[in-house]
Design a protein around this ligand. Structure first.
Ligand SMILES: O=C(O)CCC(=O)C(=O)O
Ligand SMILES: [Fe+2]
Length: 539
């Protein structure tokens, strides 16, 4: 008779009571032990891992993480009878270059590595060539495109690894935060949850993550009727197929408001030509500028529309679309304030009354790369305003966003959604809590049909001086930013003047840089300042 098979103990499954690794509890071995990871609000920079031993009725703080603003994160492991030495977290979990995870060594000298696997984190013995995981962390799940979104986070630990559980927990909290912050895809948020009193907190929680760690999100089930979107999409190819003469009649160079038609190659990002053709329109507005008033008030004014006889119904369709997205934008801003722990109207002070506001929407065509030019549809940049609601109006990929370690992540079109991203003005007033994320568009590949998109830029008052605003964020929100860390430096266009100039001036400078032909005609002084050698030098 063969000997009975050796019984293998099943792994321990630790289910987290909340989905945040900073404040959660979980039990091990049928509640004989349970662990608590906790950051008290009166000690916001200190996270403790406590172990509760029910049988012996003792609580021990087994490990601590200290993350002070602008200082290196430190950790220490305590013995039941003595506190440990503080060491740098980077000496405990050694990073292996840009990626997520890292290496750490247990008490008995074995080295372990955290690695990502299908959006989970797996812990493997660094010497194990087979890479069999001895622990696995499943974060709070957001199922792509599936209505039912959430499940609790859990950690599975093989019995042989429980001896080193405390180090696993401590290293996991680093690896999990780098994974959360260093996104590898853009989250999809369901706007229907925001109207569901029971599930609204779930939406707010997802929004908080997206705003702080990613700066980009997809919004599905939003409030802009699909018919309004489809009507607009139907017009787009015809708009670009208008006779060149009809397009030139409404060219942007006619408009001190930077509204109208820009031919292929008329726009620049960081001095390089963007290979796109576009029409800038905006919500209705009569310019408030009068001689003697600040020049930046001229930035807003009426749109130039194509001849109604050539595009019957187009103006009405576009204006209806813009009005709907504007409404969505205002609603979104109040949810965003809530996600940051502020009153829902806390950001309204950046807007003037409706008649003094204008938001811009443009219709863009990215022709296929014919092999003769660089593939810069639009170069790496940040948007200047508060929020952008981007409609990807054809099924082409090409939009990419840059994550914390500088990698470019694809944000392909998802039907029925807007891509929402944060502009530099919102980043500034939230003191960097909301991330403005650098993004770009690659031209469609050789032989492809053109890509179309419609970005809507939600503005704030031209007069707003962002440096003067003081928003009082709760400490737990500020802490999330400290945990995220700072993004890698990028070569994207920045809007650094928000620290001294009114928002209108900052925007005007941005427009002058990207549309020098308009600037030369309508803003000669600024043109001279930013293009001292004239237009030829920009090409
Ligand atoms: O066309 C797109 O998908 C993005 C355009 C964009 O980022 C912009 O114009 O600011
Ligand atoms: Fe953009």
């Amino acid at each position: 008779m063969p000997p009975p098979a050796k019984k293998v103990d099943p792994p321990h499954r630790l289910t987290f009571a909340t989905n945040s690794l900073r404040n959660t509890t979980f039990s091990l071995n049928n509640d004989k032990f349970y662990y608590e990871i906790v950051t008290r609000f009166w000690h916001p920079h200190l996270t403790k891992i406590n172990k509760y031993d029910y049988e012996n009725r003792v609580v021990t703080c087994v490990a601590e993480i200290e993350s002070m603003p602008k200082k290196e994160v430190k950790v220490r492991f305590n013995k039941p009878d003595a506190e440990g030495e503080w060491i740098r977290a980077s000496d405990f979990v050694k990073s292996e270059g840009g990626g997520v995870g890292g290496l750490f060594t247990s008490e008995d000298g074995a080295t372990f590595r955290w690695k990502t696997h299908n959006r989970c984190l797996q812990l493997v013995n660094a010497n194990d060539e087979e890479k069999v995981p001895i622990a696995e962390y499943h974060p709070f799940k957001r199922h792509f495109l599936v209505f039912r979104m959430s499940e609790r986070a859990w950690l599975e630990v093989k019995p042989e690894a429980t001896a080193t559980l405390e180090k696993i927990l401590e290293s996991l909290s680093h690896a999990a935060f780098s994974m959360a912050a260093n996104f590898s895809s853009v989250p999809v948020l369901d706007f229907a949850l925001a109207d569901d009193q029971v599930r609204k907190p779930e939406f707010i929680d997802q929004l908080k993550h997206a705003l702080i760690n990613v700066g980009f999100l997809y919004l599905k089930n939003h409030t802009v009727p699909q018919q309004v979107v489809d009507d607009l999409i139907g017009y787009i190819p015809h708009l670009f197929d208008l006779p060149q003469e009809a397009k030139d009649k409404i060219r942007m160079a006619n408009s001190p408001h930077f509204l109208g038609y820009s031919k292929l190659g008329a726009e620049f990002t960081k001095g390089k030509t963007d290979y796109r053709e576009q029409f800038d329109f905006a919500t209705p507005h009569e310019t408030k500028w009068r001689p003697g008033a600040p020049e930046y008030l001229r930035l807003w004014g009426p749109s130039q529309w194509p001849d109604e006889r050539l595009m019957p119904g187009f103006r009405h369709t576009m204006e209806t679309y813009l009005a709907h997205v504007q409404q969505l934008g205002y609603r979104f801003i109040s949810l965003l304030a809530e996600a940051f722990g502020l009153a829902s109207d806390a950001l309204n002070s950046f807007n003037d009354a409706d008649e003094f506001m204008q938001h811009r929407g443009k219709i863009v065509k990215y022709p296929a790369n014919d092999g003769s030019f660089a593939d810069q549809g639009v170069g790496p940049h940040y948007d200047a305003g508060f929020l952008t609601f981007l409609l990807q109006a054809s099924p082409h990929p090409g939009l990419q966003v840059q994550n914390l370690s500088g990698e470019w992540i694809d944000a392909p079109p998802i039907p029925g959604t807007f891509v929402v991203n944060i502009g530099k003005a919102l980043e500034f007033v939230t003191r960097g809590l909301a991330r403005a994320t650098s993004h770009r568009v690659l031209s469609p590949s050789v032989g492809s049909t053109p890509r179309y998109s419609v970005p809507f830029f939600q503005n704030i008052s031209l007069h707003a001086r962002l440096a003067d605003s003081v928003l009082d964020f709760p400490i737990n929100i500020l802490k999330l930013k400290a945990l995220r860390g700072d993004p890698a430096t990028t070569d994207s266009v920045n809007f650094s003047e928000f620290d001294r100039e009114p928002s209108g001036k900052v925007n005007l400078i941005g427009r002058v840089k990207s549309h020098p032909d308009v600037a030369e005609r309508h803003y000669p002084d600024l043109f001279k300042q930013y293009f001292p050698s004239g237009l030829a030098k920009t090409r």
